[in-house]
Design a protein around this ligand. Structure first.
Ligand code: HEM
Length: 414
């Protein structure tokens, strides 16, 4: 097989796209408008990627089997014209490469079928009382203190507690999850630094060791949790290697909280900046919450970009992209595309025609979407009810990093 050279197209103007600039990270949406209008599919040399910014194209590529989250199930690094990562990164790649998100059929189908059993609408609905109880406790604590950091007090502990409980991670260990997750997702930023890679590798080793021990423990003493259910499925002949089990549990623990934390923070910050919409929501929380949650996810998307590898030559909006190239699908831009959303820069909590792609599309469509929606509905609901005058104390700052979009803190008073 002949190696495919990386694209030699000269870098086009990026209309201000600069994922390493704090100004762009704070205000990406005006830049996206320029990209969508003037360069909807364009090669971006600094990250050696093709940026795709329109809703129709992002949506279509997510479903296109000529692209993959990884190329390794079809090609070696050399065959694909890419350099293998350094051997010391191996623990990170082994962990990632064996989780649902980086697998393809038939492995993806087999594992997704198994794990889906825990995320059916009925299973998720059965978690509602637990989610309500945890949300109420957290919000009551915040109210009793007269306010505090909404991220640390509510946004973060709720999804961490829920996903840890589902997997049977004891309460005393839950503080470990967030730093491990942060270490691992640092590698999903564009051109991660050597320090970020080192942190990701260390987190991968520690998290994998932790899960290996937890699986061994549940094998001895099964519980009413997802890890025990996966072990039982394995014992009943479903083929799930120990590495796949570890990788899938880590993925669930990470994906199960990271974006939900940021959606909560970004969502409240959007509401504080749009007082008319916040007032409307306070006036009719039950009526408006279902569309409001979807709109908040669209308006300030917690995962701004997902990457795909081009496995066969493709053409997108008249632009040819060769096999071997990497495509950056700009979710944050697609969700503000005027071709698809009426008045896209307006936060409209009553919006009903809202096909946002915040949960992705195609075979990797977010498995936890029903759970995320439940958690968001209950935490926003509890805050609206118990803190009817919640207000922001000062303008928050954004976490460094472009792909994962979230606030460092959000100080509020009740
Ligand atoms: C996949 C977003 C919450 C579990 C995905 C993908 C997106 C996404 C965009 C697809 C990525 C791609 O195609 O490359 C979100 C957002 C969330 C959220 C915005 C919160 C607001 C959750 C929760 C869970 C979860 C609560 C719970 C376990 C997963 C899993 C996958 C996934 C397992 C991989 C599915 C597969 O590859 O088949 N998520 N997610 N997510 N998500 Fe979520």
């Amino acid at each position: 097989m002949t190696p495919t050279p990386t694209p030699s197209t000269p870098s086009a103007p990026a209309w201000g796209f600069d994922p390493w600039s704090p100004e762009f990270v704070a205000h990406p949406y005006e830049v996206y408008a320029g990209l969508r209008e003037h360069a909807p599919v364009t090669y971006y040399a600094p990250s050696d990627q093709w940026l795709v910014s329109r809703h129709a194209d992002v949506s279509a590529l997510l479903r296109d089997r000529r692209l993959g989250r990884t190329y390794l199930h079809r090609f070696s690094h050399e065959e694909f014209g890419r350099t293998a990562p350094p051997p010391e990164h191996e623990p990170f790649h082994t962990l990632n490469g064996n989780g649902l998100l980086d697998l393809e059929a038939p492995d993806h189908t087999r594992i997704r079928r198994l794990v889906s059993k825990a995320f059916t609408p009925r299973m998720v609905e059965s978690l509602r009382p637990t989610v309500q109880r945890i949300a109420a406790e957290l919000v009551d604590g915040l109210v009793a203190d007269g306010g505090g950091d909404l991220i640390a007090r509510v946004a973060e502990p709720l999804p961490v507690a829920v996903i840890a409980e589902m997997l049977g991670v004891p309460e005393s260990d839950r503080h470990l999850l967030r730093p491990w997750s942060a270490g691992i997702v640092g590698m999903f930023e564009l051109n991660p630094t050597a320090e970020a890679a080192e942190r990701a590798v260390r987190a991968s080793v520690e998290f994998s060791d932790y899960l290996r021990a937890l699986i061994a423990e549940r094998r001895r003493t099964p519980g009413d949790d997802l890890v025990s259910a996966l072990i039982a499925a394995y014992d009943e002949g479903e083929k799930l290697s120990e590495q796949e089990m570890i990788s899938t549990c880590v993925l669930l623990l990470n994906a199960g909280h990271e974006a939900t934390v940021n959606t909560t923070g970004n969502g409240w910050w959007s509401l504080f900046r749009n007082p008319d919409q916040l007032a409307a929501l306070r006036a009719d929380p039950e009526g408006l919450l279902p569309t409001a949650i979807e709109e908040l996810m669209r308006y300030d998307t917690p995962l701004q970009m997902f990457e795909r590898w081009v496995l066969d030559d493709i053409e997108v909006a008249g632009v040819s992209i060769p096999r071997g190239a990497e495509v950056a699908l700009l979710f944050g831009s697609a969700n503000r595309d005027p071709e698809r959303f009426a008045d896209p820069d307006r936060l409209d909590l009553a919006r009903t025609d809202n096909p946002h792609i915040t949960f992705g599309a195609g075979i990797h469509f977010c498995l936890g979407a029903p759970l995320a929606r439940l958690e968001l509905t209950e935490s926003f609901g509890a805050l609206l009810r118990s803190a009817p005058e919640l207000r922001v104390v000062r303008e928050p700052s954004w976490q460094p990093g472009y792909v994962i979009r979230g606030l460092s803190e959000l100080l509020v008073e009740v």
